[in-house]
Design a protein around this ligand. Sequence first.
Ligand code: SF4
Length: 256
Amino acid sequence: MPQTLGNIHSIETCGTVDGPGIRFVVFMQGCPMRCLYCHNPDSWDFNVNKKMSVEEILTKYEGVKEFLKNGGLTVTGGEPMAQIEFVTELFRQAKEKNIHTALDTSGIFFSKTNTQKVDKLLEYTDLVMLDIKHIDATEHNKLTGHSNVAILDFAKYLSEKKIPVWIRHVVVPTITLNKTYLSKLGEFLATLDNIQALDVLPYHDMAVAKYENLQKPYPLKGVPPTTKEQALDARTIILESMKKSKLENMEQKSES
Ligand code: SF4
């Protein structure tokens, strides 16, 4: 029996930053990560219950679909893969209606020894937007409270399966805005064959009020927002490192 009720944080009917075109964006409730820069701390709690059915969501989609030209449906969070069966059923029914589907995930729940459910979800997923929070294992732990092993494994798995991926990376002064780490990220991305886009997103502090409302201390107090120029420079560093590594990898292959 497919899971047809999901725990939904909110819906945005005309999103412009969560995939190609204008998107209908479903934010799932619940996330195990604790990214210091998270701007949706209200989506963390798995116990908040706001159930919606696949049918309800797709009916809402139908109501605005004329505005979603060149777009489609994006599921984000929270962490959508925490409710993988629901998202699979949502995407399955969306594909029946020829709707473009995008999954925005941290990949934290991926396990390379148990891919059955993920494979099923990917059958109905047109695009994965994979958030790589930090390329360095120790720093990733400090930034999110979790290891990055599952996330990097998921990136490799998506490349093996040839699933189109947009990589997203938030640059934060003192944390990820660092030439060594950005170059290392480029080296890793050079090993993947399925990247269609690289979104380097500047950290902003617009969520301060949300933390105050939730009576949580703001974790990045005093860290300045990243400027657009810094984000552009960071993207250039990643792309240059990627290009250099790809060339080196090709040279090594042709020598052997
Ligand atoms: S994975 Fe996303 S929702 Fe979860 S803590 Fe990080 S930024 Fe927030």
